[in-house]
Design a protein around this ligand. Sequence first.
Ligand code: NAD
Length: 357
Amino acid sequence: MKIAVLPGDGIGPEVVAAAVQVLQALGEPFEFEFAEVGGAAYEAYGQPLPEATLALTRAADAVLFGAVGDWKYDALPRALRPEQAILGLRRALGLFANLRPAVCFEPLVAASSLKPELVAGLDILIVRELTGDIYFGQPRGRRLAPDGPFTGAPEGFDTMRYTRPEIERIARVAFEAARRRRRHVTSVDKANVLETSQLWREVVTEVHAEYRDVTLEHLYVDNAAMQLVRAPKYFDVIVTGNLFGDILSDEAAMLTGSIGMLPSASLGESGRGLYEPSHGSAPDIAGKGTANPLATILSAAMMLRHSLGRPAQAARIETAVGKVLAAGLRTPDIASPGMRMVGTREMAAAVVAALPD
Ligand code: NAD
């Protein structure tokens, strides 16, 4: 199994090294191949996503990604900025499904802004469509309003659109994921107002016919946003478009407390995927050895489950993370009184030591 490892910038290399250390401890025949991405690639090759890096990711079974970006690149032309590498990878690898779990580990219940009883035991998976919707729909642009009460005034416009095949494939990802969980899918749209959402609802309902062992319900996005903070444990899998998913996945993430705990996966047609923590390159703490590596370690667990067919190994890592948290180990971002403060390396070593047989 070949894993392309792209550490990137800032704390990326630190947290990726931690995840690789945990993967190496599993005793599986993984082959790791490293390449530059983002600012590190710009420094070495003058571009954030060099052809050699792309070729490596295409040849791999899965990609482990750290983070990219630094304020020092803010003045670069858009095409050369580190963040362009992420969009380029999504396009090149056809990564259309973003999976973001929001899991509340019992020892961190107090880190949530919600009452402990609302988040204790929380385990939601948000499946967000990643390559369509209003972010990519054409036409878009700026012009002078051609009609309406403000004719002639400067206007910005975008186009929300989804085709049937795009909705079908993301719905399948959600139903398949639900089969490995509690078998309940909530599809989120705005079908009372938007044509795109009406098609979305129709197609998700049709695909559901192939997954009768999974229950399906539809929610309007405004209601879903409300229910996520009112009774988040009600949800199992949430499937939604790019725009609504962008917002809801951040809302769900915050239910769990720290950004340093949140893994994510972006999947393509063949099951190949890119796995990365939900946080950025955190230039403010880069090089200090204090970054929380758990989001990246949990992303590696997602990789084992979704791309490498090793669900039991994924569960070993998740159990080990639960154990180190229960033992009171904390990086500064999740610190609380009475707990033992550790750095990135010590946390990774503790996860390795806690791996169950
Ligand atoms: P960020 O996620 O990097 O940091 C936000 C805050 O959270 C910072 O205070 C940081 O110290 C803290 N933090 C983040 N991850 C942490 C971890 N693992 N452990 C402990 N603390 C952690 O977001 P930002 O500051 O808005 O962006 C910094 C850079 O990262 C920018 O250049 C941005 O473009 C880039 N970025 C990249 C990605 C990506 O690579 N996928 C995502 C978001 C932002």
